[in-house]
Design a protein around this ligand. Sequence first.
Ligand SMILES: Nc1ncnc2c1ncn2[C@@H]1O[C@H](COP(=O)(O)OP(=O)(O)OP(=O)(O)O)[C@@H](O)[C@H]1O
Ligand SMILES: [Mg+2]
Length: 296
Amino acid sequence: MNDKVPMIDVRHISKFFGSVIALSDVSMNVYAGEVMCLLGDNGAGKSTLIKALSGVHKPSEGEYYVEGEAVDFDSPRDALTRGIATVYQDLAMIPLMSIARNFFLGSEPTKGKSIFKRFDTAFADRVAREEMAKMGIDVRDPSQAVGTLSGGERQSVAIARAVYFGAKSLILDEPTAALGVKQAGTVLRYIAQARSRDLAVIFITHNPHHAYAVGDRFTILKRGRTFGTFTREELSREEMVRMMSGADELDALSHELEEFAREDALKDDGGLSDVEQALAQSLEESEEMFSQEEDE
Ligand SMILES: Nc1ncnc2c1ncn2[C@@H]1O[C@H](COP(=O)(O)OP(=O)(O)OP(=O)(O)O)[C@@H](O)[C@H]1O
Ligand SMILES: [Mg+2]
């Protein structure tokens, strides 16, 4: 992996908002075909960092390289032009419009000329269905309103859209935060799909179990500074959980994972057993750890 040039590479990035130091001397990179998880508490600087990556904020200090080339983005459009797509928690989608319409929002395919020009529904429906199928999602009816989809399915439309429009890097700011257990699992699957399609993925989450299920490397932020980047070998799941969540939260987490495993067991679609295995293992270990902690 190290002979390749990173898709996204920031070095010694700082960001000041007046006297607030939101980020201080943070370095991080992500390669095509890997998932980099960005972890840290509330206010750690995760969103600020990805806003710097996606052209929303200009870093106050530091260097930024995309595929080895120094960049200086003035807007999110600049970042998008370099293949960096960002999916926010509050998605820019219109609930009453169809899946296909939302898929092409801002880049509508048309047919006919001048005053006869209109949205090419057949094309949009076909492409939306095909692209979703490539991500392993079966859309029965692309003319169905997005508002009728689950939160996880909506996230997946946003991910499929980014991939279709040529994203090379995908940044996801807490895509699983507001989701139920089963839907979070759905989104984790699409993250793994995006990786297997050779995208560089930056995945922000508060949940160490979600991170461990799909992450290849982990960057941990705390109060605007980085603890560094760790591989799975360097940072055990237990260490990550301890770093990220208090003991009180373990109860909720292990309960959530139990649900996760149960719901997953009900499904039998064969695919992406890595994610499922990682989750199952995560569950077992967290139960063990939790019961040990009760003993103490
Ligand atoms: N536009 C801004 N103006 C002033 N301060 C800001 C601004 N944006 C962020 N900050 C500050 O920078 C720090 C980091 O915020 P940031 O949103 O990056 O945290 P985060 O890690 O994404 O947190 P969360 O997990 O809650 O989303 C916080 O102290 C925040 O108050
Ligand atoms: Mg944030």
